[in-house]
Write a protein that binds this ligand. Sequence first.
Ligand SMILES: Cc1cc2nc3c(=O)[nH]c(=O)nc-3n(C[C@H](O)[C@H](O)[C@H](O)COP(=O)(O)OP(=O)(O)OC[C@H]3O[C@@H](n4cnc5c(N)ncnc54)[C@H](O)[C@@H]3O)c2cc1C
Length: 359
Amino acid sequence: MRVDCYTIIIAVDCDYLRRPIGKFMIETDIIIVGAGPCGLFTVFEAGLLKLRCHLIDALPQAGGQLTEIYPKKPIYDIPGFPEVLAGDLIEHLMKQAAPFKPGFTLGERCESFEKADDGSFIVRTSRGTLHKAPVVAIAGGLGCFEPRKPPITNISDFEDKGIEYIVRDPNFYQGKRVIISGGGDSALDWAIFLANGVAKEVTLIHRSKSFRGHPDSVQKVLDMAASGKIKLLTDAEVVGVQGSGHLETIEVDSQSEGKMTLTTDHWLPLFGLSPKLGPLADWGLNIDKNSIEVNTFDYSTNVPGIYAIGDINTYPGKLKLILCGFHEATLMVQSAFKRIYPDKNYVLKYTTVNGVTGF
Ligand SMILES: Cc1cc2nc3c(=O)[nH]c(=O)nc-3n(C[C@H](O)[C@H](O)[C@H](O)COP(=O)(O)OP(=O)(O)OC[C@H]3O[C@@H](n4cnc5c(N)ncnc54)[C@H](O)[C@@H]3O)c2cc1C
């Protein structure tokens, strides 16, 4: 299972840092768009300069590609770690950022921004949450991961009304009947998790008999199906959805049993996510082939006060590597500091001299 619970705890702990100035306004020094490795490391580097950060991510957990695509894959090119699992690196980054008490808005996509009267930015998310800061750092990686949706004509009628493509909070499914579709890690992991005392009933539907997920998870699902904890339908797929206002039934086409109708409270089509630059493409930033052009002096974009670091930026010689994003974050916050405190003089001190003093 991913680091969802860990990040949710951090988000709750840090609620007090969300200093409300309007109905839903969260105020901070740097709004970070994207809670991947580069966004998380920005919190640490900014914290050393006494700058507070708030991260926004469209995914329900922190970690970006590392958590979403390859949490169990070893990485060999992080300085000081001869080998580290991607998921473990994210846990280390979360711990490293923790003293600086970052705020998180997870499961919400940054849609647009406007300039406030005082020159700072107000960033609005897909759920209408507003964030205000003098600096925005875009660490959006490959962009937003958009769910791959099954080709069912009226599916949008039930989105967030019984059909969800991402599990934002597993407790939402407490005592509910849940049908999950998919054969990858996400579908298998959530089927196992929800069937272990969360949901009232879990059915897993997959169009083949072989699964793409981790062999351990496949075995666990098969064992839970054998013991009756999960209902497993293979060689079957969902072809229709019905309900009045909220999802009530789904129609399944099974190779062995033909068409059948199943009653359910929720259907989770977990067919993976594909990245798209999304709304950031309309922010008036100079874009070159889906990447944001930056000045390598400080990774600033053409919009003063908006920076771009990590996989999302481009410049001559750019390498899409985690360690390059860490370097970019480190230089970027120096420039952000000068923008926020133009009259203060910052003198670089090693952390070995000062230690790490959080907020
Ligand atoms: C299979 C694989 C193996 C890899 N192996 C290595 C390796 O060994 N070493 C290495 O250095 N690199 C490796 N990489 C590359 C590495 O994963 C990336 O360089 C790194 O993830 C970039 O980090 P990031 O923080 O810039 O972006 P990401 O990790 O992509 O995170 C960006 C986050 O921004 C969010 N986001 C985007 N747009 C919005 C928006 N509008 N609103 C809200 N949130 C948004 C996304 O949801 C995402 O969570 C690998 C990549 C893959 C796919």
